[in-house]
Write a protein of this length. Sequence first.
Lengths: 310, 264
Amino acid sequence: MENETILEVQGVKKTFRIGFSRTLVEAVKEVSFRVGRGDIFGFLGPNGAGKTTTMKMIMDLIRPTAGTIRVFGHSPGSLEARRQVGYMPEHPYFHDYLKPMELLDTFGRLFGLDRRERRRRSEILLDRVGLTHATNRALRRYSKGMLQRFGMASALIADPQLLLLDEPLSGLDPIGRKEMKDIIVDLKKAGKTVLFSSHILSDIELLCDNITMIHQGRLLYSGGIGEFLNRGKREVEINAVGVSDSLRAEFGDLVLRLDPMGDKLKLIAASEDVQTVLSMLIARNIRVESVVPRSETLEDLFVKLTAGGR
Amino acid sequence: MNTLNRIWAVGLSTFKEAVKNRAFVGLMIGSLAMIVASVLLSELVVPDQQKRVVQNFGLSFISFAGVLIAITMGILLVYSEINKKTIYTIISKPINRWEFVVGKYIGMVLLLATVTTMLSICWFIVLKYREVSFRIEYIYSVVLVFSTLSLIGSVAIFFSSFSSPVLSGIFTFCIYIIGRQIPFIEQLLTARKGLFASMPSLKPVGNAVVSVFPDLTVFDLTKQILLEIEIPVSFVLQSSLYAFSYVFFFVAVSCVVFSRREFV
């Protein structure tokens, strides 16, 4: 059974006029997807694909030229929608002269939290993102990675049901990335919904239940990550020793690729042809060292799909 | 109630951010030093004019420094939110855009109140030092300077809601200069010689300027202070109400402009 839809993007387009000549640029060309409650939702696309523009439309920072967006059944600009959403923009910037507790206090006030709750949550969140040591420092003294961590804390201040994170893992060191991923996993465990964009596809593959892939403003795929990966070719890598040139010629179309490495040979075959290839090798008494199943990764499919659109 | 809380939240953080800003701290230190320097300046004139110098210079300088701070901060407070993209993290929270603009304005008013109070205290100390006896008109004059600053601040916020800081500064300064010349333009309009007499086709423009632009000279009590003329409190209230009507207009239009903006 499909889980409850909490974010619905339907046929959204966005055009901008840029430059002195007011040239029309289509940043987003009819994108549709839905995000269900409790999903970890990955938003993929190369630079300039329209991910940030779409996220800004969901947050009502910019308005769609066409199409509709509903957040918890409300329009994105409504207070009812925003009360349930936490947003972390790409490369978050904050007020230079304020300290983290001061700014979290302001954000907490905007959500209507009382003083005690604001303080309690601020302390917990700063500890969660590893900034307890820097609470007395003005935000202008924070490094890029620290601002990224603070951005996560500020998005979580009111314990929102839906989190929109624009490139949350960029600018972080390996430890920071691991901590950020742990936070996302914890949010899922707590029943929260997370939509995040990332260029780091292995992270998306690891964390997400569903993905939406866009390229040049156009939707390429939206749905479960499992189904998407199943669309990829399933291949098998066979490593054998002492394959003669005549046998190589006999394989013909059965083998997709042959990589000789000294007296060894790496054969890549489609999974449905493995049995035949193995039979041929065994019939000629050729030693098979290993048979390794391979499936295309998200990165393989992403590159293939986006390259087709170029 | 929630609306007030949200406006207050933005106002308070705007104020906290602004008072820690180096540009503001620099302007304040410079202004305080200038008012104290009026004591030295008064040493240069004959003794019976010394009181007039500290009276005149102090009040004029509070107004000048205040206008400088109102224009600078009024432009920067909204513009820097957009330019530095700090606005993304605020208006994505449950706050209406008009509440954000009003909150920014309230923060600036708090800042201008702080500026006026600090400079006035410094001025009163200088007056006391020069043995000028205290009159309620000093308080009135400071209240009216604050009204001017609040008005100029709202003009700065209005322009910065849709134009660049340089243009906003120029436009706001132009309104300030024109506002200071309204009685002069009125005189020109009725004079038998001068610009409007020689070019009658410009008269509608002159009339429009006089009707539309705020007359900032109503807030200037320097002459009354020097001539020791009594000022009724009703005049101060009327003038403040006059300033508030302009503030309401400029802030309301800023809210409309800001609500339609896109933050790309």
